[in-house]
Design a binder for this molecule. Structure first.
Ligand code: AMP
Length: 286
């Protein structure tokens, strides 16, 4: 067995930046150079392999890498028997069926008998077979959205995040086939033989993801208002309450959702809080 764990990650495309940000935020120190094939992580027994997003599955499946990061849609399309260790909260998109805006197709069931172009033929075939909707699947490796305009297909199944590419091509989504986000996967052998090391990576990445949507809030307040303030601050478990040198005053520390902060601040002030600090959190291990 290799002494260092090997993690395959994308070297090109839209998953590169968020993947590198996640690994760096987790505290892993490595040089990317020109994203040449291997980077040695200096402070963890881990090597990072940079490969094409679509090849990550292959590297992990063959055991060349123990684990990998790629899109959930790519994993589903490959049909490979890998273990999904965790979802990573970025690269979110959906595989959706879409048809020309002026076509009569309103829902997925209306596609019976239609020609459907996609670069995800396996997921698409499986989906329509499960729904017992007969379609002809036309496999394209790219530019799927132009297929209806070229008369190659009646509809498409493609990745969508905002829907703007569909709209630009005169298409309209008529139903979802799969929800996708970036995933951390491991090969079955590595999952068994290197379970502890992989668990360490999941914990490391999970602690960063948990921290991303949260802020640390500190404030001073009159002790007499504690119950009122506490009801606004559920925290991870409960807020920390610390007596201050001034009699009758306390400090309250709590963790809140980033989205809640602006709604909370005026209410906290109205309930007597002062000197409110909002701080970023690096990692959370519940
Ligand atoms: P790439 O083609 O290398 O840029 O990466 C494509 C992967 O990024 C897909 O397989 C998805 O997992 C993910 N992704 C996230 N949002 C989108 C989107 N709007 N279009 C295509 N891929 C997306």
């Amino acid at each position: 067995m290799r002494d260092r764990l090997r993690l395959a990650i994308p070297n090109k495309g839209r998953l590169v930046d968020p993947t590198l940000a996640l690994l760096h935020d987790a505290g892993l120190v490595f040089e990317e150079h020109d994203r040449s094939l291997v980077a040695h992580v200096q402070n963890h027994p881990l090597d990072v392999l940079f490969v094409r997003t679509g090849d990550v599955i292959e590297f992990v499946n063959d055991g060349v890498a123990d684990a990998g990061i790629t899109g959930g849609d790519i994993l589903a399309e490959s049909g490979a028997n890998l273990r999904t260790l965790c979802n990573l909260g970025y690269g979110r998109c959906r595989l959706a069926a879409a048809a020309p805006a002026d076509a009569l197709y309103q829902a997925i069931a209306d596609l019976a008998g239609a020609r459907v172009a996609t670069s995800h033929p396996n997921v698409t075939r499986r989906f329509f077979a499960d729904q017992t909707i007969p379609v002809e699947v036309i496999t394209l490796s790219g530019a799927v959205e132009v297929a209806p305009r070229l008369g190659l297909a009646d509809a498409i199944v493609d990745l969508v995040s905002t829907g703007s590419t569909l709209a630009m091509n005169g298409l309209r989504a008529i139903g979802d086939i799969l929800a996708s986000e970036a995933v951390l996967v491991a090969g079955p052998q590595a999952a068994d033989q290197r379970a502890d090391e992989l668990h360490g990576i999941v914990m490391m990445l999970g602690s960063v993801m948990a921290a991303r949507g949260r802020k640390y809030l500190m404030m001073n307040a009159p002790a007499a208002r504690l119950a009122e303030l506490e009801s606004m601050l559920p925290g991870l478990e409960s807020p920390s309450v610390i007596p201050l040198a001034h009699a009758g005053m306390i400090a309250i520390h709590s963790v809140v959702g980033t989205d809640e902060v602006w709604g909370l601040l005026p209410r906290l002030k109205a309930a007597g809080a002062s000197g409110i600090l909002v701080l970023p959190i690096e990692k959370i291990l519940p």
